[in-house]
Write a protein that binds this ligand. Structure first.
Ligand SMILES: COc1nc(N)nc2c1ncn2[C@H]1C[C@H](O)[C@@H](COP(=O)(O)OP(=O)(O)OP(=O)(O)O)O1
Length: 134
């Protein structure tokens, strides 16, 4: 039996590129990923997605411009917590992606995603996301 914990993960995209951030500390350090983190108590999932994106990249996105594109569940051997990750994408946002204490942002062409420096599961589900089939 697992204890479920809610997380968010946001990807900014345009027709050809996706914004990833290189995690500078903590869980997933030195991996490229979307922007996200834990949903706080008394916070909606979407508010958490907006807050984490801003904290980690300085980009502001409006609720109406966030599209819910997926739901991932991760478990780790010996850990009773299940990470319940709600995934969003947005192509309309305000501000320029800026390095923060947590993340260093960079745009990648869809053909040049750095899977070798990402979580190993990403190569399985990213292609579906990039094709727009989720
Ligand atoms: C295991 O595979 C994973 N793949 C991908 N692509 N993303 C993952 C995976 N496991 C977790 N994640 C995501 C989910 C969240 O967006 C982050 C983890 O959040 P974090 O622990 O950094 O949460 P914060 O609230 O920012 O934590 P601190 O404030 O304590 O730094 O990774």
């Amino acid at each position: 039996m697992y204890f479920r914990k809610l997380y968010t993960l946001v990807f900014l995209r345009n027709d050809t590129h996706i914004l990833l951030g290189l995690k500078k500390r903590g869980f997933g350090v030195d991996k490229w990923n979307g922007f996200g983190g834990k949903v706080e108590i008394n916070e909606t999932i979407i508010d958490a997605a907006i807050r984490e994106l801003k904290e980690e990249s300085c980009v502001v996105v409006k609720k109406c411009n966030l599209k819910n594109i997926g739901h991932l569940e991760f478990t780790f051997e010996g850990d009773p917590t299940m990470m319940d990750v709600r995934v969003y994408s947005a192509s309309i946002f305000e501000g320029a992606p800026t390095e923060t204490d947590e993340m260093s942002p960079k745009w990648f062409a869809y053909t040049e995603i750095p899977f070798q420096d990402m979580w190993p599961d990403d190569i399985i589900w990213f292609p579906f996301m990039l094709k727009g089939s989720c």
